[in-house]
Design a binder for this molecule. Sequence first.
Ligand code: ZN
Ligand code: ZN
Length: 232
Amino acid sequence: MLTIDSLCWLCLQPLRIARHGVCSVCLTLIPKLPSCCPRCGLPARSEKVPCPECRARPPAWSQLIAVSDYVYPLKWLIARLKFQREDKYAPTLARLMLLAWLEARRRRGLMRPDLLLPVPLHRMRHWRRGFNQSERVVRLLSKWAGCRTHASALVRIRATQPQQSLEAQRRKDNLLGAFACRADVRGLHVAIFDDVVTTGSTVEEIGQLLLHHGAASVQVWCLCRTLKSESK
Ligand SMILES: [Zn+2]
Ligand SMILES: [Zn+2]
């Protein structure tokens, strides 16, 4: 007998592998990324050399990997992961992230990080939502990618307004001093995971913090990199 979970979440057709959640046909709906700068992850002529923007103003991280743009169907899945108190979306999203990482290793020799850390939610938001969705994805990903994780290494020490509601400059100001690092990251290659990177101000703030604490390098892993130019 088919239960609701043996159907693809998107097209509601029966799934061959129930735990994958999304069928192979719907997976092809995830748009392939265009040629993107390896550092900021925005469309660029070369996938190997950082774009002129990154060469002029290098971000705090050295490499960025993303599964796709912030559009359907990933956008839909991330919204489910975030706002429905259900665990079932995390493995599917972690699997997609893992595939993007393996692809980046194959194509541009991306280094395996020593430590993979989720971008923290503030305690209040964490409490209201009941969990940090990134933490669940990271727990699986770190196991599969063979690196360590540390759920409380990064903490949000100040509540901030939701970034979506702010413009680029205000996003940066909103985050100043918002995070603290509670782990010894000296000499480690650290990757930070966030579900969506839009202006990059959250991962920039955390990247700087990690470098300040002696991290050898910082990578950014995200499910979606918003590609629309007005969001930059
Ligand atoms: Zn489907
Ligand atoms: Zn760039």
